[in-house]
Design a protein around this ligand. Structure first.
Ligand code: F6P
Length: 343
């Protein structure tokens, strides 16, 4: 048997742990593994490498992906698809493991449904926005980084009696903001799922100051929007801040508005790609390893079109089709917990 593995979409900590798990199981069984470089692009460009036990030594704690990644979609046009399928045949692949986020998993679903390519999937993303699985690996590491940053910002905010706005990633969901905000003790958390009223934010911060707490931490998710009843961004600003493939910048605009309305000195930190880099936490290493083992088991059993998933404490499999198409929005209960500590 000969299987391929690729990592596609934005990288995240834990990808190497998943690759290692697949390779270790496969080599134990005498199954060949072909690493496909840079996501689906590697099969289009014929950029592949054999993965052996030796090639995965020491990669468990490493961030990023030894295979590289890209957002290339093999179904973007006829030519890409036919070259992709031709190279699949050349390499005589009996199956493929796609490690990806929402976009890459949608492509995997179509390759299985429309072209019957035998593949299985492993969900990954720092955003934790994939349906069908309680958590994705990468998320825990990102939350730890955000928590550490908030801890550090607390001391300087307190010394200077400032408001610190921390902008975090998460794409169209507020998982990272809410978890990071709860763990870091944020005074306000703004998420895409709940458009925010700037007057409420400023009231909360103003009241803290009146109560003798002159510093505050505001966590804002990159896709958090002002409530339409209280807009403070121009159309041009919105076009720049909320580009689907390039979110980011709401923190600066929010910080300026807070300072203007409250008169409290405000500083902004955009955590950006720091959240995606570096070594995975123990939790993410273990989750990625469990997903890798499950994916390999699904390949051996011929459970094509399925995705490894965490359900409670158990690893299960769900149809890839159930995991894509819709994003997993922030759990309302988690938002309510964050909200208890506002102000
Ligand atoms: O999906 C992961 C993520 O890091 C998002 O949180 C962020 O909006 C996006 O990727 C950034 O993508 P890119 O690497 O294409 O700039």
């Amino acid at each position: 048997m000969r299987i391929g593995i690729l990592t596609a979409g934005g990288d995240c900590p834990g990808l190497n742990a998943a690759i290692r798990a697949v390779v270790r199981c496969a080599t134990r069984d005498g199954v060949d593994v072909l690493g496909i470089r840079n996501g689906y692009l590697g099969l289009f460009e014929n950029d592949v490498l054999p993965l052996t036990r030796a090639t995965v030594i020491g990669i468990l704690p490493r961030g990023g992906t030894i295979l590289g990644t890209s957002r290339f979609n093999p179904m973007k046009d006829e030519n890409s698809l036919s070259t992709f399928l031709e190279n699949w045949r050349t390499h005589r692949l009996d199956g493929l493991i796609v490690v990806g986020g929402e976009g890459s998993l949608s492509a995997a679903r179509d390759l299985w449904h429309k072209h019957q390519l035998p593949l299985v999937a492993i969900p990954k993303t720092i955003d934790n926005d994939i349906c069908g699985t309680d958590f994705t690996f990468g998320f825990d590491t990102a939350v730890s980084i955000v928590t550490d940053a908030i801890d550090r910002l607390h001391s300087t905010a307190e010394s200077h009696h400032r408001v610190m706005v921390v902008e975090v990633m998460g794409r169209h969901t507020g998982w990272i903001a809410a978890y990071g905000g709860i763990a870091g003790g944020a005074d306000v958390v703004l998420v895409p799922e709940h458009p925010f009223r700037i007057t409420r934010v400023c009231d909360l911060l103003g009241n803290r100051k009146k109560d003798g707490r002159a510093f505050s931490i505001v966590v804002v998710a990159e896709d958090a929007h002002p409530h339409p009843d209280e807009p403070f961004l121009s159309e041009d600003q919105c076009n720049v801040l909320y580009r689907h493939n390039r979110l980011g910048g709401i923190g600066e605009a929010l910080g300026a508005e807070i300072e203007r309305c409250t008169g409290i000195q405000t500083r902004v930190t955009k955590l950006g790609y720091v959240q995606r880099g570096g070594s995975p936490t123990a939790y993410d290493r273990i989750l990625a390893t469990r997903f890798g083992l499950k994916a390999y088991e699904m390949v051996r059993a011929g459970h094509w079109g399925e995705m490894a998933a965490l359900r409670g404490n158990r690893i299960a499999s769900v149809p890839i089709a159930d995991a894509v198409g819709e994003l997993k929005r922030l759990d309302e209960e988690i938002y309510r917990i964050a909200e208890v500590f506002f102000g």
